[in-house]
Structure formats: structure tokens, C-alpha cells
Write a protein that binds this ligand. Structure first.
Ligand SMILES: Cc1cc2nc3c(=O)[nH]c(=O)nc-3n(C[C@H](O)[C@H](O)[C@H](O)COP(=O)(O)OP(=O)(O)OC[C@H]3O[C@@H](n4cnc5c(N)ncnc54)[C@H](O)[C@@H]3O)c2cc1C
Length: 595
């Protein structure tokens, strides 16, 4: 049976010491009271609930899965009680505006809790996670009347939210959506169509389900410019806002799938269901992007969460399991063999997971701070700068965190040898659960295209310019920091490589339309590894400063893991750079018939 202990010390390091979030966030209006003690207390309380009540349902939830009968879905045993504890503890509304009934805490805190929740039980995390995304889309774009009617119960967690984009013929290409919305005399719309793969589309955790649905108005222009967004409740509320009347919304079936079996994945049929327009007509995709961007970051965090819990269990195993002797001679002669931990290949796998996890945790919290700055910085310039950075990094977090999450859960499974393949140990579930994050919420291939085709170019290339400037300034500030030089050198080399490659790609893209698509996935990985290197050098710098002041083991391990990242993982960028520069012709030259 796998176990999980929330990495509170590391989260505290990232929040208080590395990124000095206390100073940045308490300077923002509304966050003045977010003291270090309050942050620590919230992390510890959250960890208790996730470790003690939600994590123990992870394996049983996987075995039992969701079930479907007569249009209704039952979540696995224990999910209802755990969901009640989650909502009653106020965990749904942590970062929601107090005017909407939330607690008004920084998003940054919510991000840290999300990592823990996904480590504990990624299937469970999806139910409140999608509701949070739906709340942000409704509060940003819906009328005051809709907000007043729907948000309070969603914020409380007694009603949930979903995201209904996908149809059988419309996946990545949402321009192909066919669901229709016919205007009614009372100002609402009749929504008709079938959505597939809808996470939490039906479940038994909440009193009502509020679907956010992409659909077309009559005579809407073709493609993505003709899509509008509608709020379609499963049950229509009465005058007292109690769910009273059944709307034309039904669950047709649920999917049997590889992982996240405790999360229901539903076919949802809308049959002239009453819906309400959110935002302007034909601008639905732009409004939905408020939700999709939040979800993309949350999906990236799933990769980190699963990699962390897999790492913890692999380390425990590598300490206990005795096989063979160390190459340098017996490490534990009193035992029949040495623990796995003595073998370099085992350490390679464990350190790979650890170096990605800690780099990702730092980058996730840095991004969350920028989200808070983008909402609350007193100057428009400060808000725009933060918005640019978040926009640039969102596809990187979604794709790279989920890619490494799948790679490292597999490596950690490998540490257990044959036992890793056996259900009881829980490692194979982490691998299965990690796989979906590379696919849903826009496949990772599509995230990479978003980075190279859109984010590099919008606002005249302002996003990468700002980002590279930030990294260059950091390198310059550290020029006289002698102990940091062995760490900063590989980082500067990576930054130069990335900047030169970016220029090359932008030029090539102008003449060869396939070049950007051919480079995209590898380019995103170089981007991510360089960004992780930046985080790692910063972590090493702080650890070097603090090492003498206590908690020596923690800082020593941090520096050692940083050395591993810069020496063993960062060099991947050299091979990827060469691969990209071999050009698109290697992919496009082969005639289709030869495949
Ligand atoms: C468990 C699960 C839960 C889900 N939850 C939800 C949900 O809650 N709400 C919702 O609306 N949807 C949901 N989805 C749907 C999910 O977001 C889509 O499956 C995903 O976006 C990909 O769409 P598709 O499956 O149609 O693949 P396709 O779009 O057919 O893509 C197939 C392949 O082609 C590639 N591809 C497509 N277009 C391009 C292009 N232009 N350039 C290069 N490559 C391209 C893709 O990267 C992919 O590798 C869920 C799916 C699953 C499996």
C-alpha cells in the first residue's frame, strides 16, 4: 500500500525563502493579513485532510471505479464523505473573492494545496478542480444575475462545474463544434447536442451540476469565430435557488479508461436544455479560455503531484530492498545484500524524479505569485508584465510537467522492479493516472504549438522578450557570486542556446510553415529545462547562503539535487537543439503512401 507525506518543508522553502512570497503578496491589496504563520497553518491543515482522509481512497477508488446505472453515476465508496469534509473545511473557496463567498486568499496558496491534493488522489482532485475553473469563467464573463444565482453554491462546493467542449468530431479543433443554441423568447436558449469525455459530467457528490457548454447560435459564422458559451444547469433552480426542475441534460454513459478511474468521464446529452449566454455572442471560446488556462496549469500540477508521491514510495523501497553489493564493496556487510540505494542506476532514477519535482514546485509557485500579481498589482504595468509571464509559461507547465510526470512515475515504478508492476504496490496506478495529463485539456503537442506559433509572436514578441530579460538580469546580478559560478555557467549556456534557437525558429517559421510544428515539442522541452535551470540556480544560491544557519541536511540535499539537474538533466537541450535544427524536411519528405 503506497503512502504519502506532504512535502511541507519544501513548500515552505519555496514560498518563504526562495521566492519571498510573504513580502510580495502581503504588499498586494487584500492580502495584507497573509502572515507566514497563517500560510504554514493552512498547509499543515490541508496536508492532514489529504493524507488522512483523501489519500487512503486512492487505491480503493482505482479498483472500484465509477459506476453507471439509469443515467446516474456513483463515485467510489468514501468519495462522498471525503468530498463533504473537503467542502465543509472550506477548501473549495480558499482563493475565491470574499464578495462571492470565498476566503480571498492568494492563488499561490491554492496552488500549493493543489499539488498535495493531486499527490493524494488525482481522481478526487478533478471534481473540485473543475468547479474552481468554472467559477473563474462565470465570475469573469457572466451577467450579475447569473453570478448571483449560481456562484454562491458553487463556491460553497454544494454545486459543481464542468467544461463541455469536446464532441465526437470536435477535439483539438473546436471550430468543428455542432451543438446548437436556439434563442427563446424569455432571453434564454435551448441547447441541443452531445458532448463526450466530460469530466464530472455526472456524479453523486453535489446537489447540482453547472455545465459550461460551447455551442453555436443560428447563423453563427463557421469555425471558432462562431462559438458561444452557455451556462446549462443539470437542475434548474427555483425562486429560492434550490435545485427544483430537471433540465434537458442527461448522462448517456461513462467511459472505461486506463487511469483516473475514480473520476467520471461522461457522455452528456443536451436535449433542448435551458441555457444562459455567458459573455458576448460568438466570443465563447475566448471566455472559455479563462477556464481552460486555469485548468491547464492544474493539469500540469497533476504531473508534479503524481511524480512526488511516486518518488516518496520509490525512495522508501530503495532503502529497504536488499539486492546485490555496491560496486565499491559491501555497504552493509551485516546484511545479506546491500540496499538498492547503493546502485548508481537506482540513484539516477530517484534523482531524476526529485530534481524535476523540486524544480517544478518552484516554478509552479513562481507562476502562482505572478497570477496574484496579474490580478492585484497596483500598476497596470506590473499587472501586464505578470500576465505576459503567466501566458508564456502556461503551455510549458501543462506539457512539461505532465511529460516528466509520466516519465518519472515510470522510473519510480522501475525502482520497484517486478513489484512495481503488481497492483498492490500502487506504482502502476501512478503511471496509469499520469498518462491522461499529457492528453486532455489540449494535448501536449497542441500546447507546444501554442508556445511556438502564438506565445512567441503575440504583441510583437513581447512575451519571450520579457522572460529572457528577467533571466538575463538574474545572471548579471549573480556575476560576482563566486560560489555560484559552477552552477550559473551551465544556466547561462542554456539561456544563450534558447535565445539563439528562438531567433532561428522565428526566422525559419517565416519561410517554412512546417518548421514551427516540426520543432514545437522539442523546443518546449528546451524552454522548460532552461526555466528549471533558472529555478535550480536560484535554489542553490539561497541554500548556499542559509546552509550554515541550521537545517544543514535540507540545504545540502538541495544543492546536491541542483548539481544533478544541471549536470545530468540540463544537457538534454544539446541533443534537442541539434534535432530541431535538422529541420522539418526529415518529417515532411516521406510521401504519405510510404507510411
Ligand atoms: C479522461 C478524459 C477526460 C476529459 N475531460 C474533458 C472535459 O472535461 N471536457 C472536455 O471538453 N473534454 C475533455 N476531454 C477531451 C480531451 O480534452 C480531448 O480528448 C483532447 O483535447 C484531444 O482531442 P481528441 O481526443 O479529439 O484528439 P484529436 O484532436 O483528434 O487529436 C489526435 C492527435 O492529433 C494531434 N493533433 C490534432 N490537431 C493537430 C494539429 N493542428 N497539429 C498537430 N497535431 C494535431 C493531437 O495532438 C493528437 O495527438 C477528456 C478526455 C479524456 C480522455
Amino acid at each position: 500500500m503506497p503512502s504519502y507525506k506532504a512535502p511541507i518543508r519544501d513548500l515552505q522553502f519555496v514560498y518563504h525563502e526562495l521566492l519571498e512570497a510573504d513580502r510580495t503578496l502581503t504588499a498586494l491589496p487584500g492580502f495584507e493579513e497573509t502572515s507566514p504563520d497563517l500560510v504554514d497553518a493552512i498547509l499543515e491543515e490541508g496536508a492532514k485532510l489529504f493524507e488522512q482522509q483523501i489519500q487512503p481512497l486512492n487505491q480503493s477508488g482505482d479498483r472500484q471505479g465509477c459506476s453507471f446505472r439509469n443515467g446516474e453515476v456513483a463515485t467510489p465508496d468514501g468519495f462522498r464523505e471525503a468530498y463533504r469534509a473537503y467542502t465543509e473545511g472550506g477548501w473549495c473557496s480558499l482563493a475565491v473573492d470574499p464578495e462571492l463567498g470565498g476566503q480571498g486568499l492568494p492563488e499561490t496558496i491554492s496552488f500549493m494545496l493543489e499539488e498535495m491534493l493531486t499527490s493524494a488522489n488525482v481522481s478526487f482532485s478533478l471534481y473540485p478542480g473543475l468547479t474552481r475553473g468554472a467559477i473563474s469563467a462565470i465570475s469573469s464573463h457572466a451577467s450579475d444575475e447569473l453570478k448571483a444565482r449560481y456562484l454562491p453554491k458553487m463556491v460553497e462546493g454544494v454545486w459543481s462545474g464542468t467544461m463541455c467542449l469536446t464532441e465526437s468530431q470536435a477535439g483539438t479543433d473546436l471550430g468543428l463544434v455542432r451543438t446548437k443554441a436556439e434563442p427563446r423568447e424569455d432571453g434564454s436558449y435551448g441547447v441541443t447536442g452531445t458532448k463526450i469525455f466530460i469530466t464530472g459530467g455526472e456524479q453523486d457528490l453535489t446537489e447540482n451540476i453547472i455545465h459550461l457548454v460551447l455551442a453555436r447560435l443560428p447563423n453563427a459564422p463557421p469555425g471558432v469565430r462562431g462559438i458561444s458559451l452557455f451556462l446549462v444547469p443539470k437542475l434548474l433552480p427555483d425562486d429560492h435557488n434550490e435545485p427544483a426542475h430537471r433540465n434537458g441534460v442527461n448522462c448517456g454513459s461513462i467511459e472505461q479508461k486506463m487511469g483516473i478511474k475514480g473520476s467520471s468521464t461522461c457522455v452528456i446529452n443536451f436535449d433542448n436544455a435551458q441555457g444562459f449566454l455567458i459573455g458576448p455572442e460568438n466570443r465563447g471560446l475566448a471566455c472559455m479560455f479563462t477556464m481552460m488556462n486555469a485548468e491547464r496549469l492544474a493539469i500540469g500540477i497533476q504531473g508534479l503531484g503524481l511524480s512526488e508521491v511516486a518518488y516518496q514510495n520509490a525512495v522508501a523501497y530503495a532503502r529497504e530492498r536488499l539486492q546485490s553489493r555496491a560496486a565499491t564493496g559491501s555497504a552493509a556487510p551485516e546484511l545479506s545484500a546491500d540496499p538498492l540505494m547503493v546502485h548508481p542506476d537506482i540513484r539516477r532514477m530517484l534523482l531524476t524524479a526529485r530534481a524535476y519535482n523540486e524544480g517544478a514546485r518552484a516554478l509552479a509557485v513562481w507562476t502562482a505569485i505572478n497570477i496574484d500579481l496579474s490580478h492585484r498589482h497596483p500598476d497596470i504595468g506590473g499587472r501586464t508584465q505578470a500576465e505576459d509571464l503567466v501566458a508564456l509559461i502556461t503551455p510549458v507547465i501543462k506539457a512539461f510537467f505532465s511529460d516528466f510526470g509520466y516519465e518519472t512515475t515510470t522510473l519510480c515504478q522501475q525502482v520497484l522492479g517486478g513489484h512495481g508492476y503488481i497492483r498492490e504496490w500502487g506504482m502502476e496506478q501512478f503511471v496509469r493516472d499520469a498518462r491522461i495529463a499529457q492528453i486532455y485539456e489540449g494535448t501536449n503537442g497542441v500546447q507546444a504549438l501554442d508556445l511556438v506559433r502564438r506565445k512567441l509572436f503575440i504583441h510583437g514578441g513581447r512575451l519571450p522578450r520579457r522572460f529572457f530579460q528577467l533571466l538575463t538580469e538574474f545572471a548579471e546580478q549573480q556575476r560576482d557570486n563566486l560560489p555560484l559560478q559552477p552552477y550559473i555557467r551551465p544556466f547561462i549556456e542554456a539561456l544563450n542556446l534558447l535565445q539563439e534557437l528562438t531567433e532561428w525558429l522565428v526566422q525559419q517559421g517565416a519561410t517554412d510553415p512546417n518548421q514551427l510544428g516540426a520543432a514545437a515539442t522539442d523546443y518546449l522541452r528546451i524552454f522548460a529545462l532552461t526555466t528549471f535551470a533558472w529555478m535550480w540556480v536560484r535554489m542553490v544560491a539561497v541554500s548556499q547562503d542559509k546552509q550554515a544557519g541550521g537545517d544543514e541536511r535540507f540545504y545540502r540535499a538541495k544543492i546536491q539535487t541542483g548539481r544533478f539537474f544541471l549536470g545530468r538533466l540540463l544537457p538534454q537541450i544539446q541533443g534537442l537543439n541539434l534535432a530541431i535544427r535538422s529541420g522539418s524536411e526529415l518529417m515532411m519528405a516521406m510521401p504519405e503512401a510510404d507510411f
